[in-house]
Design a protein around this ligand. Structure first.
Ligand code: ZN
Length: 461
């Protein structure tokens, strides 16, 4: 029952899982290189916030802050002489982004920052705050069912002030320098202890690594996922479960009123009930499921009898060491998209051509395009995308259009890209679109001042 150690994880959804951004792309006279970062990766910078001297470093940089998921790891309960410990603990968390899907498969979407402000005392308080920079402490006398809290307003102020002006932390993961296991997510800010042991008897118990706790807590704070474990010392009754799900709907926990009293075929169940992960369930499944495939497993949300989860095992059920189940992976990936822009669109005049470009940091994207208004046939046929392949994966596409084919009046070409990752079945939620404006360069239009005489049948796509 290691799951019990996970402690309370409050979930406050602040953003829906929908990227669906569109932008208008006007052609430029020359290509603009991506903005250079103001910070150097892997080097500490000193900062003073409200009279407290500290430091920050950008540990990994996937791209400009506004297009990436920025996570700040913040030290709490580390004395000045324990700064190296904080770094080595954070380096363990970095393993998530190297080897734990979906964090690892989407690592290019993340910017990771370390923020260190020293505490006077080491560790965090058991029942009330110690003399630490953010006053983090377990909620009550430490036990299975307690969460961690701290001065979240101060944490937010310090992180905002410590990070450079062009960086904004989407999520803050506070690393508490305490051997007692625990983790709590309060919306944007989560707390995890550096190391966990089974209860408070470390000599008989396996270590519960920080990276597992953080994997789970980021599941809440980034992925909007709910807890799939059953106890934590505060079993929910049916009314509480239903109310929770109504208040904080999530992709991995659900309940019904009434619940089926015996096993029923999934297909007849699905006709009457909406399940957030229905698109992952095999037609031959039964409710409740016995495994091993994705289905409806009884027991979730601190309740053995009233809530369902999608899978037998999941990082949201245990300490975080298990892989995320398919609906949880998808939920996380959709939120990665909601927080970031993996695709960049660009259009430039080059010689006698207008060049449209799609750059993506993610592999395997599909794209489609359509004309917003009537396009001359000769132009429409010349819009062909050439894909760039790097190490076997598609990273971008380019279309070159002769300026002579572009009519006097500007036309708009709508281009959409969606994820082609098999871990995502709700493709539309990853949509990023561009409205490419097809026009002639200003000087050229003035110089020629005439229609190029494109004739023939027009069509709408
Ligand atoms: Zn799950």
């Amino acid at each position: 029952m290691r799951a019990q150690l996970l402690v309370v994880s409050l979930l406050l959804l602040t953003q829906t899982a929908s990227a669906q951004s569109r932008e208008r792309v006007e052609p430029q006279l020359r290509r603009t290189p991506p903005a250079a970062p103001r910070t150097t990766t892997g080097r500490w910078t000193s900062v003073t916030v409200e009279g407290t001297r500290g430091r920050f470093m950008t540990r990994a940089r996937g791209g400009p802050s506004q297009d990436r998921v920025d996570i700040a790891f913040v030290a709490e309960g580390y004395t000045r002489s324990e700064q190296a410990d904080f770094v080595s603990h954070c380096e363990r968390v970095m393993r998530l982004f190297e080897s734990r899907p979906p964090y690892s498969t989407y690592s290019k979407l993340f910017n990771i920052h370390y923020v260190f402000f020293p505490s006077t005392e080491s560790g965090i308080g058991r029942t009330k705050a110690k003399n630490t920079v953010f006053g983090a402490h377990f909620n009550k006398n430490w036990s299975f069912s307690t969460g961690i809290t701290g001065d979240r307003a101060k944490i937010q102020r310090f992180v905002t002030a410590a990070l450079p002006g062009d960086c904004e932390a989407d999520r803050i993961a506070v690393v508490c320098n305490d051997w007692r296991s625990g983790g709590t997510s309060w919306g944007k800010i989560s707390f995890s202890t550096r190391k966990g042991f089974w209860a408070n008897i470390p000599y008989v118990s396996p270590e519960w690594p920080l990276e597992d706790t953080v994997a789970h807590e980021l599941g809440h704070s980034v992925g909007g996922l709910s807890d799939e474990y059953t106890s934590g010392g505060r079993d929910y009754d049916h009314a509480k479960v239903l109310n929770y799900i109504k208040t904080w709907p999530s992709p991995n926990v659900t309940s019904f009123n009434p619940l089926p009293t015996s096993a029923v075929p999934w297909q007849s169940f699905a006709k009457k009930n909406e399940v957030p992960w229905a698109h992952w369930i095999e037609p031959a499944s039964r409710v409740p499921s016995k495994g091993p495939a994705v289905g409806l497993y009884l027991g979730a949300l601190y309740s053995s009898d009233w809530a369902y989860r999608p899978s037998k095992k999941c990082a949201m059920k245990s300490s975080g060491s298990a892989p995320f189940c398919a609906p949880c992976q998808e939920g996380l990936i959709l939120r990665f998209h909601a927080f970031s822009k993996p695709t960049r669109f660009e259009s430039t005049f080059e010689g006698d051509e207008l060049v449209l470009r799609i750059h993506s940091v993610l592999p395997q994207w599909t794209r489609r395009h359509r004309a917003r208004s009537r396009f001359p046939d000769a132009l429409w046929e010349r819009i062909q995308w050439t894909w760039t392949k790097k190490n076997g994966v598609y990273t971008g596409a380019e279309a070159r259009i002769p300026l002579s084919l572009i009519p006097e009046r500007a036309l708009v070409l709508e281009v959409d890209v969606v994820s082609n990752d098999p871990a995502v079945r709700k493709r539309e939620s990853t949509l990023q679109g561009a409205d490419f404006v097809l026009r002639r360069p200003p000087s050229r239009a003035n110089a020629t001042g005439r229609d190029d005489g494109i004739t023939g049948a027009l069509r709408r796509q």
